[in-house]
Design a protein around this ligand. Structure first.
Ligand SMILES: Nc1ncnc2c1ncn2[C@@H]1O[C@H](COP(=O)(O)OP(=O)(O)OP(=O)(O)O)[C@@H](O)[C@H]1O
Ligand SMILES: [Mg+2]
Length: 366
């Protein structure tokens, strides 16, 4: 069994198998190569109106191919302008990863200096818009939220446990969960970190922007295992239940983070207070089981977190979770714009909680 951490070339976990074929064209069998012109036409010359978002990797446009198929066109930022052969080889690797809960890569463009990825277009866009955006547009009732959590768990279990070599996503968060017209979730951006050279530019952006999802051992020591994804998935469940973003500015004062607040409510046996007020009806036992599963996923000690296949069981079956095994969560938090960040790990049992603060000054590259 082997495990691959994207972008972690120095440690020898590299996925790259050096392709000896001509990297210029049709030799990359399963991946369609688009010309820059084709994509320019598809996106109305990358028009502002077609722009649907911008993330750490680059800008995303909605496009329509000649045949009428809608696509999402992601123009990768300058840091990703690595060698043509390596780019195409890596695209080939991630294009071959297919699962109903993973976004499909349709093709790419490596024309001149341009590095562009073409994905299937998901009508309901990303989960962050559905959960935290304007509430008038999309109503996410409890059943839809369970479909989204379970489907995401299945996609992750596939990346972690079925695929060889395994893939650690490293960036599980609501904006990377795309929703099709039936709200089937599809994990996006898996493997994208691999397309970036080893530098800290992107992860620095991430740490500023999405601290709420990062497992403490990853931030502090760069220990990247699939349990870091399990941690982020746990945070995602809490967001799906509460309708609140873990990286929102509302987390201050006595509610220092979504996870910390959830843990406190657990200790006080008031877990239902976490539930999104937009939810009119919900099955209480199931909701509580979801929150407790999230707490299992976010435990400070990565070894105690379940595997994703276990998480699927915990979410989908009406079972009693063994709470004697549950230990407090670990938190990583930004100290308000400062370069330094603090890692806070809760210690103690469920009735008593103390914490340690460790100051770190450097972040391990993704
Ligand atoms: N395949 C797609 N179908 C529909 N919308 C998409 C698709 N891919 C991305 N988007 C939209 O584009 C936005 C930006 O995506 P992008 O992946 O660039 O940024 P992000 O997810 O916010 O951050 P990150 O760089 O960490 O992935 C998403 O939030 C989503 O709304
Ligand atoms: Mg994304």
């Amino acid at each position: 069994m082997s495990c691959c951490f994207f972008g972690d070339r120095k440690k020898g976990h590299d996925l790259v198998h050096h392709d000896t074929r001509d990297a210029g064209g049709d030799s990359i069998a399963s991946t369609k190569n688009f010309s820059f012109n084709e994509l320019r036409l598809a996106t109305n010359n990358f028009h502002q109106i077609n722009k649907i978002g911008r993330g750490g990797f680059g800008t995303v446009y909605k496009g329509t191919l000649k045949q009428g198929k809608d696509v999402a066109v992601k123009t990768l930022a300058a840091e990703s302008r690595q060698g043509l052969r390596e780019f195409l080889t890596e695209i080939e690797t991630i294009s071959n990863v297919k699962h109903p809960n993973l976004v499909e890569i349709i093709g790419c463009c490596a024309d001149g200096n341009n590095r562009i990825l073409v994905y299937e277009y998901l009508e309901n866009r990303s989960l962050d818009r559905a959960l935290f955006g304007s509430r008038t547009s999309i109503k996410l009732e409890w059943e839809k939220r369970t479909t989204i959590c379970l489907g995401t768990a299945r996609g992750l279990a596939y990346l972690h446990e079925e695929l060889v070599p395994h893939i650690v996503h490293r960036d599980i968060k609501a904006s990377n969960i795309l929703l099709d017209k039936d709200y089937t979730p599809k994990i996006g951006d898996f493997g994208l970190a691999k397309l970036f050279p080893d530098n800290i530019t992107h992860i620095s952006t991430k740490i500023a922007g999405t601290t709420g999802y990062l497992a403490p051992e990853y931030v502090l020591g760069g220990q990247l295992t699939m349990k870091a994804d399990v941690y982020s998935f746990g945070v995602l469940i809490l967001e799906a239940v509460s309708g609140k973003s873990s990286s929102s500015r509302i987390w201050q004062g006595d509610k220092r983070s979504l996870l910390e607040w959830s843990w406190r409510l657990y200790q006080e046996e008031k877990l239902l207070e976490l539930v999104d007020e937009e939810l009119d009806e919900f099955p209480e036992r199931e909701v509580v089981r979801y929150i407790k599963t999230a707490l299992f996923c976010t435990q400070a000690n990565a070894n105690r977190r379940p595997m994703m296949s276990q998480v699927i069981e915990m979410l989908s079956r009406d079972i009693q979770l063994n709470e004697k095994e549950l230990t407090p969560p670990g938190f990583f938090e930004d100290s308000e714009g400062s370069v330094q960040s603090r890692l806070k790990i809760s210690r103690g049992n469920t009735s008593q909680q103390s914490s340690v603060h460790i100051t770190i000054t450097q972040v391990t590259p993704r």
